[in-house]
Design a protein around this ligand. Structure first.
Ligand code: CU
Length: 250
């Protein structure tokens, strides 16, 4: 709890939250932007289909057809079929291009300055900073949820841990994720990360935090009775504070 007393904005969800948490990494910014782009198309398509459906039902209704001489004759139209095939294909391409660009940029690992290993256990996370070694071995620690009875004022129920993951801000970090027993998933919404932790397999992702802060996440792959009790807390701090934290840990 070394840095807990220093002031940070806490990035966690609030009650009944419907939309995204504030993004804190370029990946999450990309995800939010893509979502907004898709919503633009989605809104137009929704209203277009609803209006078309309403017109079809009203014009071709059983009681109308008898009187309606025009709609009764509409049984086939080559031109309209070409139109309703080509336009949706173009929309799909317009949606797929930015989506693929984002997907591949998420996979990109850009010269990481630091490697963080996250290991899922039933039911806690343990972390290894493989770049740093002390006489006791590699810098590693377990991160357990703080039970309700031990929470201090301002700490978030079911989200706070006894040992936070501390990372330097504006630094490319490689994250390796695995599990020791069953499937888990290391997920932090405001950082745009959700990676499965599988036994016998190392999954890799990258992290670059754009601002200092405390970012909360939870295990996102159902892993047993304690699944709700293994939160993730990532604290992004300035380089000086990060070095001070390291010096204290090693
Ligand atoms: Cu879980």
């Amino acid at each position: 709890m070394f840095l807990l007393k220093t002031f940070h904005f806490l990035d966690s969800s609030y009650s009944w939250q419907l939309f995204f948490q504030d993004p804190a990494s370029p990946v999450m910014e990309g995800i939010v932007n893509l979502h907004h782009d898709l919503m633009f198309f989605l809104t137009f398509i929704f209203f277009f289909v609803v209006i078309l459906l309403w017109r079809t039902l009203s014009l071709f209704h059983n009681s109308v057809v008898v009187k309606d001489t025009q709609s009764r004759l509409v049984v086939h139209g080559a031109f309209i079929e070409i139109v309703w095939t080509v336009i949706p294909s173009l929309i799909l391409v317009a949606v797929a291009l930015p989506s693929f660009a984002l997907l591949y940029s998420i996979d990109e690992i850009i010269e990481p300055a630091l490697t963080l290993k996250c290991i899922g256990h039933q039911w806690y996370w343990s972390y290894e900073y493989s770049d740093f070694e002390s006489q006791l071995g590699v810098l590693a620690f377990d991160s357990y949820m703080i039970p309700d009875d031990d929470l201090h004022f301002g700490e978030l129920r079911l989200l706070e841990t006894d040992n936070r993951v501390v990372v330097p801000v504006n630094t490319h970090i490689r994250i390796l994720i695995t599990a020791a027993d069953v499937l888990h998933s290391w997920a932090v919404p405001s950082l745009g990360i959700k990676v499965d932790a599988c036994t016998g397999r190392l999954n890799q992702t990258s992290l670059f935090t754009l601002r200092e802060g405390v970012f909360y996440g939870q295990c996102s792959e159902i892993c047993g009775v304690g699944h709700a009790n293994m939160p993730i807390v990532v604290e992004s701090v300035s380089l000086e504070n990060y070095i001070a934290w390291l010096a204290q840990k090693i």
